[in-house]
Design a protein around this ligand. Structure first.
Ligand code: DGJ
Length: 781
């Protein structure tokens, strides 16, 4: 709800309030953002100005207490006495950097206010407040947009800068050097900052820090939102936990260079800004032109970090994800990449597809290497002709064969890139990004296509579209495997526009390809999770989280992502062990148990699986299909009550009748203590049945200890054991309990873990990196 009072504005969501007002000098003073309050007077929450703080600048001689630097503001100007990080740096028509924007008027619109150039959140049930500010001495205007998504407790913000100077006047264009989508000033509460950073194969690890005096910047300069620093971040009261305490969340609907700053001032105020990164950014705005910033997303909860995550998840599922796959269950896919890399042909793939189908896969995804001279990562990118050696009858014939088996067919593309060894590069070297007099720098042997150019955008739109239609593709993996290093396009007179224009070009490409084909499920990817952001989620319903599919690593990666993004948006696959990136050997059960808290896929060479492993995978896929709505669209929470080194995740169905809990062990210690599982969010008086999901316990897990487990002594490396291991498994410990929701919240104590060399079915045999799932169902009683 948006209310406009005599001087002020009140934005109200189900559980939060956001208040600000127009001051006597026409500035917007921020009053409050936090848990919902209903009082009429804002005096209780207003930041007081009853003492003059030495060396401050007063805005007007009539009021020495009115010092912008000591105020909470909605927007602030350079050169008026605010010395914090400013949301904008603008070279004005008079050549100065001094601006003074004051209030002109407001309008309340029903729904969202979409932009033409950039993706925005959408939804009929939203409301938008539009506030116009004007510079006191020029015809430069700012419009601030606040869109309220009441049910999700989200408010988005963006701004538009307009140069309304008379085009006939001799004034030069104004030059924009920094432009944020939002800023927020709030008093400090011993805030802890949580950011989600990493690199290739170690994306979105959570980093925590207590704020220190100064400015912390969370940004990317790679041309994408990057695997280095995800654009989303959180600010939690010092005492906030997963379940309790005040937490603010911020994110940006943008896939390019972003910049978030959190400043702690000497007088204990916090300023948050978020928007396009000013790195190599400069935008000239001629008379009559305007600049739209990406939309920033804010949320706030006094129900801890999980509270903020739930709100982000609901918002993304409801107001960001588009197309026929919105809220739809994602298929279990098989992807050939990790099993084959570039070494495949039709025959090999048909073998894999047959096995994948038998295991229960619903979608077969053909990854990199199907086109041009793409037999390694040194050639072929940019070309779209199907490799006739690999597919003698063409791609459509192959796709038809897959469909005839009863699976959908999906295809990998990397349309933003070109290899020098490609037909495209030979014909159009000018399509590649490079600075004319300098040697270009390569990443994975490839150059970036110049998406600032319309003819390059059109080349991609036509070629990708033609392949999609010809082969009847129903899933696309859209990859992008290098950072953009040199931002230059010969078609631009101002190179400061390169990075943003690249994104505008990319978004147009996505719109043109996928808006007419809403039936296609799109999974974007960038060397794993190098572009996991809300801009991508406006065009792709899921994103490949990381090339690292080791489940132990994935606990950190998917755990980090879960703070900001819903499970239904996270691609998670079971792959080989020992693992490609870590050489770690993990149980097949754990690889599944982690991946099922995501959009499940399998990505390994199936021909080496033993009959028992195949059976286990079949059972996993059946289990997932039976529970996937709960995994993908249930309420996901992280539980912090696990013992040290253990992790507990849970998904609860919206009707609170079902839940699944994942218990993840980490490294096993001798004589482990007493584990328990908790489930929050169930009906306190409801009666539930809790049962361990039975897992496969492979005989060879015991090595030489087998003589204590089996009635006869056998060579642990001998043929008999090796053969037995292919066909037999031991019974896993399955526990069954009945408890009410209150007891589940308090915690159910589990059976002991393995402490010696013997085996019995009452002992939880987890070992290093073991894990279990617990299924919780409400009973009729
Ligand atoms: C990087 C992706 O993250 C992988 O999954 C795979 O698609 C390769 N690219 C293919 O080149």
């Amino acid at each position: 709800m948006i209310e406009q009072g005599e001087n002020g504005f009140r934005l109200t969501t189900e559980h939060t309030s956001y208040w600000f007002e127009v001051t006597k000098f026409g500035h917007l003073e921020h009053l409050y953002y936090g848990p919902r309050v209903n009082a009429q007077s804002p005096e209780g929450v207003r930041l007081k100005r009853t003492a003059y703080i030495g060396s401050s600048i007063a805005y007007d001689p009539s009021d020495e207490m009115y010092c912008p630097d000591q105020m909470c503001l909605e927007w602030s100007d350079n050169g008026r006495g605010d010395f914090r990080r400013l949301p904008m740096e603008l070279k004005m028509p008079d050549g100065s950097y001094v601006t003074d924007f004051t209030y002109q008027g407001a309008e309340i619109l029903s729904g969202c206010a979409p932009m033409e150039s950039l993706p925005t959140a959408y939804g009929q049930d939203a409301e938008t407040l539009k506030i116009t500010l004007k510079d006191t001495s020029s015809e430069i205007y700012i419009t601030l947009f606040y869109t309220v998504f009441e049910k999700c407790d989200v408010i988005t913000r963006r701004m538009v800068l307009e140069n309304r100077t008379d085009p006939e006047s001799p004034n030069p264009p104004i030059s924009l050097r920094r432009i944020s989508s939002m800023m927020l000033d709030i008093p400090n509460r011993n805030f802890e900052l949580r950011t989600f950073s990493g690199g290739w194969s170690r994306e979105t690890h959570m980093h925590r820090q207590t704020l220190m005096s100064g400015i912390f910047e969370n940004s990317s300069t790679t041309g994408g939102s990057s695997n280095r620093h995800n654009a989303g971040f959180l600010l939690g009261e010092g005492s906030a936990s997963e379940q309790n305490g005040l937490v603010y969340g911020f994110n940006l609907i943008y896939s390019g260079n972003h910049c978030g700053t959190v400043e702690l001032t000497p007088h204990d105020l916090i300023r948050v800004t978020l928007g396009i990164n000013p790195h190599c950014f400069e935008w000239n705005l001629a008379a009559g032109e305007k600049f739209e910033t990406p939309e920033a997303v804010m949320t706030c909860s006094n129900r801890g970090y999980n509270g903020v995550s739930h709100q982000f998840h609901d918002f993304i599922n409801e107001h960001i994800i588009r197309g026929d796959w919105k809220k739809k269950e994602r298929p279990v896919l098989f992807n050939n990449w990790e099993g084959c890399f570039f070494d495949f042909d039709r025959k090999k793939l048909m073998g894999l597809a047959k096995d994948a189908k038998e295991l229960g896969a619903e979608l077969f995804v053909l990854d990199d290497g199907w086109f041009g001279a793409r037999n390694s990562d040194k050639a072929g990118l940019g070309d779209y002709n199907v490799n006739p050696k690999k597919f003698p009858k063409g791609l459509k014939a192959f796709a038809d064969e897959i469909r005839a088996m009863g699976m959908e067919f999906g295809l990998w593309f990397e349309p933003e890139m070109v290899n020098e060894d490609s037909d495209l590069f030979r014909a159009h070297p000018e399509y590649a990004v490079r600075v004319p007099e300098k040697k270009p720098v390569l990443g994975r042997n490839q150059l970036v296509l110049d998406l600032c150019r319309k003819e390059v955008q059109d080349y991609i739109i036509e070629n990708v579209g033609a392949v999609l239609d010809e082969a009847g593709i129903s899933y696309v993996k859209w990859d992008m495997n290098r950072h953009i290093a040199e931002g230059y396009s010969p078609i631009l007179t101002n190179q400061g526009e390169f990075y943003h224009r690249y994104m505008l070009g990319l978004y147009r490409v996505f719109r043109e390809i996928f808006e007419p084909r809403p039936h296609i499920l799109v999974e974007t990817c960038s060397s794993g999770g190098n572009r996991f952001d809300l801009g991508m989620l406006c065009y792709s319903q899921q994103i490949w989280a990381s090339d690292d599919t080791d489940p132990v690593e994935r606990l950190a990666i998917q755990g980090g992502l879960s703070y900001l993004y819903p499970i239904s948006a996270v691609g998670a696959h079971v792959s080989m062990a020992p693992h490609q990136q870590t050489l770690r050997n993990t149980p097949l059960s754990t690889r599944f148990n982690v991946s099922c808290f995501g959009c499940l896929g399998y990505e390994l060479d199936l021909k080496y699986l033993t009959p028992k492993e195949k059976e286990e995978i079949q059972a996993q896929i059946q289990f997932y299909k039976a529970h996937r709505r709960l995994f993908q669209y249930g309420v996901f929470s992280r539980t912090e009550h696990a013992r040290e080194g253990k992790i507990l995740w849970q998904c609860v169905s919206p009707d609170r009748a079902q839940a699944i809990v994942g218990f993840f062990q980490g490294v096993q210690h001798a004589v482990e203590g007493y584990d328990h599982i908790t489930v929050t969010g169930l009906e306190p008086n409801g009666i539930y049945r809790i049962e361990t999901k039975a897992q496969y316990l492979y005989i060879n897990r015991f090595g030489g200890l087998m003589k204590h487990v089996l009635p006869v002594e056998l060579n642990p490396d001998g043929l008999i054991i090796r053969t037995a291991n292919r066909h037999f498994t031991l019974q896993d410990c399955v526990e069954v309990y009945e408890a009410d929701g209150a007891m589940l919240e308090a915690g159910i104590l589990l059976n002991n873990q393995f402490v010696g060399s013997y085996y019995n079915t009452q002992t939880r045999l987890l070992g290093d990196f073991g894990s279990s799932l617990y299924v919780v169902e409400k009973t009729e009683k």
